[in-house]
Every structure is written in C-alpha cells, then in structure tokens.
Design a protein around this ligand. Structure first.
Ligand code: GCB
Length: 594
C-alpha cells in the first residue's frame, strides 16, 4: 500500500489490523541518483533516516547496509560504494524493515504477553504491553534523506560557550574525516552577517567582545540571538582538491544551578511552560511543518518559555525552532515506562547509555537545550533503579559537563533512590486527580507538603514537571466536576496558589501536563486518548489555556532580566521568521489590534 513519509503508519489506512499491528513492516522505494553523485568519486553519498520506530534494518539495492535500535533518533550510512558502480542511470532501491515490538531491553521497554487460554484466545495470540501513556505510533516518522559531502568532510562540530565580562567565548572542536591533509577556516558571524571573530584548525576559542547573549523568550528585549559559525574545509585527496562548508547557529549563553535557582546567563530563570508530545490526527507522530509552526505560535501566544520533550527526543527541526524562538528545552530521552524490576538490567543500562550518547551527539549544540532528562517516572524506589540511574546520569554528565542532568520522579521523597544524583528535582503529581479525586480543597496543602519534604531532604531547586486534569472540551459544570473545563481551571488555580508560595524560594518551574490532547492505548480510563491538554488535539484552546496565558505573561513580566515597554503585552506586530530547512520564507504583517 502507499505510505507517506514522514508519518506514522497506524492511522493512514482503513485496516484496523494495521492500526494495532505489532511486528515487521516493510517500506520500499526506488530513486534515480543524479549523474554527478555517482560519477565524481570525490563525492560521498549518504542515506540518513531521521528516525524509524523502533528497530530498523536497511538494505540498499538488496545489500544489508544499516541497522538501528531505538525509535526517536537519526542514523545514517555512507552508501557511496553501493551507488558508484554499475550502469547509468544509477537506480537505487531503498528497503527498510521496521519492527515496533518493545521488549524488556528496548527503550522504552515493553513486554509481549502470550494469552494461552484457548477457550478465549486463538492459538499464538499475544498482546504488546507498554508501561507508558501514549500510543506506540510507529514507522518512518521523520524524513529520510539522501545527501552528499566530499570524501573528506566535516564530520562533527562541538561548540560550548561561556561569558567573561562583556565578551562571549565560543569553544569549538571540529572532527574531519576522510584525510589528514586539510585546512580549516572558522568564522563567527553576527545576526547582520558581520564577521566578529575567526580562527583556524580543528579546535580553538573565539572571543566576541560586546557579545549579544542568547536569552530565553520573554526574558530579554532581544531573545534568541544567534550567531553563525561558518566552517570552511579544504583538503587534498588522491583525486584532487575538495572543499566542504558547514554553518552552525550558535547561541552564546551560560547555564548554572545553585541550591535554589536555575540560572541562565547568571540570572534566575523560571520555567513557565508545557510538556508536549509529537502527536496529531492522521499523521500520528509524523513530522509536519504546519503543525510545528502552529504549535510554536501557540506557545508564544501562551507566553510559555519552555517545554520538556516528554517522553523522547523530538525531531531536529523542533530543536532548531526552539533556538530561533528562545524556547528553553528539557531534552528527555525515551527512558519512559521503566516500571518493572526486570527493566533495570545490564543490557538495558548499556543501551540506555548508548541512547544518551546519541541524544547528546545530536542536540549538544542547541542553546535552547538547558538540561538533559534521562527518564520519566522510573520505579526509582527500587535499589536496582538507584544504581541504574546513577550510572546513566554519570555517563550523561561525562558526555556533556556543560549542562545539568535530571530525571522526572513521581516517587515518594523518602523512598526515591535516584534523586541524590540529579542537579534539579523534577516532580510529577496529580493531586485531586489520581489521588483524592474531586477534592480540590486539598491541593494547596498536599503541594506544600510535597515541596517542603523534597527541599528539606535534598536542598536542590525543584520543577513541578507535571500536573493537570483530564478535560473533555465543551463539558461544563459549575460548581466544577471532574472532566469539565471548569474543573481543569480550578485545579490549575489551586496548583498556582501552591506554586506561588514557593516560586521565589526554590521552585524554579512549572510545566503543565499537557500542551494538547494526545492519543493513547485504548483503556477504560482514556476517552479517545489523554485529554489533559489545554488545547485539543486539533490545537483549539480549552478555557484553561486562557487562564494559563494570563499567568505566564504575568510571571514573564515580573521575572524579565531587563524590561522594555514593548514586550509588556502579547505583540501586536507579529513577525513569523523561520529560516530553517523547509521554511525559507519570511512573512511580515501588521495585525489590527483587537
Ligand atoms: C504521568 C506521565 C504521563 C501521563 C500522565 C497522565 O505521570 O508522566 O506520561 O500521560 O501522567 O496523564 O496520567
């Protein structure tokens, strides 16, 4: 059958078996390569897969080329040897087999359960059990690309930044592959394309006097300032000279954590934002530019300055948008659903560390990323989980000493075995929803107890990383009853009163669960998915969205590092400027005030 890419395969067809399918699916297509890709042997041809959920094997012209475990990260292979042979035109058959089965050693983990009572189930009947609350969409959910580089090429760039008085310092490290005979020239350009610093060689430090720092959205009159690092490679190969060029957006900023604060550029930063999912009608988790730009416009409308990539790394285009818009990110790996003791084994630990390597390698240069999250709600009361989390966190810190590391807990403060190793405590709680449901009057007391217990024990800044209520858009009851828009609003109001008690002390953030309604497995407690969104799945606001908008703009105006009158209210002159791949147009319009 025809299958669009990128998209999840689940909601595309009319066949219910495909929607619930567990096992191998096969994608295949043919492409004809341009002659210069196959005839110029100084060209390297690469096949890159943005993600394939969850385990993938790739064949090129029937040759087993590439395998990858894990659904939310890119992987690629040099296929030059396979395409620079044979007659023209160079026809390429790409075959990708994908298996969405989750096992105790995948991330996220899952189990396959065979149901053997033949009076109820046919022979061989099994179900996939998962331990997380989103639908296990699968397929080629991000773009598949063919691209070229010269045979000697810029393989990787690592940038870290710091600030010394009014100068910015950009440390770079460049890895080149293919030859040792090369020259590297490095230039840093400001937003007006003026060269502000330059260097040579594979590593160095660039100094930017009078630096414009990268600030989060609403924290400064000029947020998200980006420089461009241009790297020019010239090299000698046996076939003659080649050159490669790469330009990397660079935001100069610092991140630090104290006992009670999260600092960006030395100023206290308060996360007021959301948790998201990659999720929408029909495309499932398939990457979609219109949806993405709509989401960013909603975030800015809301006055949100941050989100967590619950519960897996999002598409790279999302991270690029965050850099450009100043939306701060807690970058979470797919360590979700670590609920059973058998999931904390050595094979899983090794894989989890490898996944962190892939996340850090992919996202290390994004100024928007200020913290790594290695897991969501693991069974962190277990001794084995304590050791496991300690190892994953230590590994992540070794990979990137420049950012704090956390995991998100819903354990009891006294029982949690992972919290000693994090820099920031992230807590999920659902008072008056999963506990004491209907009793809104208990929220403030229970929230205060939660914060005080955790802070007393650990003396680390705390983020309320989830709270919320299931809400069916259009359901109304006053006085509020569960599932209505009024109940969601009232629950949020009670949480906000509790948060306000601690927010100038050691609570450094609040992230609502969830930005939008999203699909889950079917269950008696889910009505066409999880409905805790402040927007519907179609991105229309519930009443709570307006409540949160008022709060976020108010907090932003109170906590701004430098204030200007121009940004005291949501902007009237609105500029949508997205100079990232697939979005090269700029639209400027003067909106009428309403
Ligand atoms: C949680 C989970 C999240 C769920 C949410 C809920 O604690 O982290 O994945 O969707 O609660 O709505 O139950």
């Amino acid at each position: 059958m025809d299958m669009p890419v990128p998209s999840s395969f689940n909601d595309i067809s009319q066949d219910w078996r495909l929607r619930h399918f567990v096992g191998w699916v096969w994608y295949e297509r043919e492409v004809i390569l341009p002659e210069r890709w196959t005839q110029d042997l100084r060209t390297r041809v690469v096949l890159r897969i943005g993600s394939a959920h969850s385990y993938a094997i790739v064949w090129v012209n029937g040759v087993d080329t590439l395998e990858h475990e894990g659904g939310y990260l890119p992987f690629e292979a040099d296929i030059s040897n396979l395409v620079q042979v044979g007659p023209l035109p160079s026809r390429l058959r790409i075959t990708i087999a994908i298996n969405n089965t989750l096992t105790p050693t995948t991330l996220p983990p899952g189990t396959i359960q065979y149901l053997t009572d033949t009076s109820k189930y046919p022979k061989g009947y099994f179900v996939q059990n998962t331990y997380f609350d989103f639908f296990n969409y699968a397929g080629l959910q991000r773009s598949v690309l063919l691209y070229t580089t010269p045979t000697t090429y810029i393989d990787d760039i690592t940038v870290t930044t710091s600030v010394e008085q009014d100068s910015g310092l950009v440390n770079y490290q460049i890895s080149v592959k293919g030859s040792n005979l090369f020259k590297l020239e490095v230039r840093l350009l400001d937003a007006e394309n003026k060269v502000v610093a330059n260097g040579t060689g594979t590593q160095g430090q660039l100094k930017v006097p009078g630096v414009s720092l990268w600030w989060p959205y609403l924290m400064h009159e000029r947020p998200a300032y980006l420089y461009s690092l241009e790297v020019q490679l010239t090299a000698q190969t046996s076939l003659g000279p080649v050159s490669d060029f790469y330009t990397l957006p660079v935001g100069i900023r610092t991140v630090a954590v104290t006992k009670s604060q999260f600092l960006i550029n030395g100023k206290p930063f308060y996360f007021h934002g959301v948790n998201k999912h990659e999720d929408a009608d029909i495309r499932g988790k398939g990457f979609d530019w219109p949806l993405l730009v709509k989401d960013f416009n909603l975030l800015r409308w809301l006055g949100a300055n941050a989100f967590r990539t619950s519960h897996y790394p999002y598409a790279e285009e999302v991270m690029q948008m965050c850099d450009r818009y100043g939306i701060v990110v807690i970058d979470e790996c797919p360590g979700v659903g670590l609920a059973l003791p058998q999931f904390f084994n050595n094979v899983s630990l090794h894989h989890h560390m490898q996944v962190m390597e892939e996340v850090v390698r992919r996202d290390k240069n994004h100024p928007a990323v200020v913290m790594w999250s290695v897991a969501n709600e693991p069974a962190s009361h277990l001794e084995s989980a304590g050791y496991y989390l300690k190892m994953v966190i230590a590994h992540t810190k070794a990979l990137d000493p420049s950012r704090p590391v956390t995991f998100v807990s819903n354990s009891n403060y006294a029982a949690d075995k992972g919290a000693p190793y994090v820099d920031v405590i992230c807590l999920n709680s659902y008072y008056s929803w999963y506990h004491d449901y209907g009793h809104l009057e208990l929220i403030q007391l229970q929230l205060a107890t939660q914060f005080e217990n955790w802070y007393k024990k650990y003396q680390k800044p705390i983020i309320q990383s989830e709270y919320g209520a299931e809400t069916i858009a259009g359901f109304h009851q006053d006085p509020p009853l569960m599932f209505t828009e009024e109940y969601q609003k009232s629950l949020l109001e009670q949480y906000h009163l509790g948060l306000d008690q601690k927010r100038r002390k050691y609570v450094v953030g609040e992230l609502i669960w969830n930005f939008a309604d999203f699909m889950t497995e079917q269950s008696p407690t889910r009505v066409l998915g999880n409905k805790k969104g402040i927007f519907t799945r179609q991105r229309q606001p519930k009443s709570a969205a307006f409540l949160l908008r008022e709060r976020y703009w108010k907090i932003a105006n109170e906590t701004r590092a430098t204030s200007t009158a121009a940004e005291q209210v949501p902007p009237g002159l609105f500029t949508a400027d997205q100079n990232v791949s697939g979005l090269s147009f700029v639209v400027i319009y003067a909106s009428r005030e309403h």
